[in-house]
Design a protein around this ligand. Sequence first.
Ligand SMILES: [Zn+2]
Length: 403
Amino acid sequence: MNFFDIDGFLYLLFFSVGAIIGSFLNVCIVRMPRNESVVFPSSHCPRCQAAILWFDNIPLVSFLLLRARCRACRQPIPWRYFLVELLMAGFSLWTYARFGMSWALVPALVFVAGLIIASVVDIEWRIIPDEISVGGMWAGLALSYIFPALHKGPASGILGAGAWVAVILAAVCIALYLFRMFQHKLSLEPWDRNVLLLGALFLAGQWGAFTLASLFPCCHAGLFALADALQGAVIGACALWFTGLVGEIFISKRIVTPYDFKGVVEDPEGLLKSLERDGYVDAQGNLQPAFRAVKTAAGLRLPPGCEAKRAEIFEGIQAVDEGGVMGWGDIKLMAMAGAFLGWQLVGLAFFIAPFFGAAYGLIKIIRKQDTAIAYGPFLALAFIVCLYWGEILLRRITVMYGL
Ligand SMILES: [Zn+2]
């Protein structure tokens, strides 16, 4: 590779564009979990609020020239800024190397960018912003139709099989969900109804797209890709939802304990007592209707000293309320990945992710650290493996099992 020929130039171009995108991802990582706009105001130092001048805002370069310190207040800038830019630059270059100059680059880069934001925010805040998971899912569906290159072409008859897998998996999940509701004497909330409605819409949509594509071969590529994306969203979300439901039916954890706030606040027992006083939980730790009535973290009444951890405390109780074993953030991220990768690759990622999680968990146990870990980054890692090598892995597996 020579940097003076056109190929070398393109590699350099993709690396630079990736670094610029990475710089924007940093803005999203800081502002999205705080519910701030990612467009206004322009970049400023989070410590001293000084505006960042254009020549101090050059991706990768400025961080090194400033030696990781703010020009105005000399406070250190976290290495995360540099790493995110480098990561996106590297993935951008690699994506070009893998897919070449094709339309697959657009959905692939949008997907990787979303995964980087989701992972870093999940590590720092233990939440995955809905803008990324839910917004990403809609983006994935739209991009699948416009740029079908990431999805398998209509030659693959197995696309029809995805429709049946989606229906069966969704039906099993709903049955388990109703069983759990019956077990815990819960009623169907308006929120549940919306999820079920959306699921039904997706199932109908994939069948519609598949049928339309078969009837009108002229515009089949986009429709086939859309059907695959819809199947991916349903199967991805249901696979993880199913795991959580099975775990919960056997573990049946619906009690808030001090452990849920361990490492979040200094005095978990005190926090639990005050939650009890305000009617969010009863003396046994069972959730009370008062918590259900609070819809956002901002509405939660908290004792002094817990203000800074408002979002995390809310998420903690909500995780118990919504099943405890598997967070909805991860389930929504699976739906997003399914829309980009299609049903076969998201299914493969579902089986790969636990290995990454287990390997990391093992290291934590050996180091005797708290083993509660964010699952989002492991899912993201599995999605990336499947994005670049999924097709090869699938081919190996189908050959191995003679399919
Ligand atoms: Zn500063």
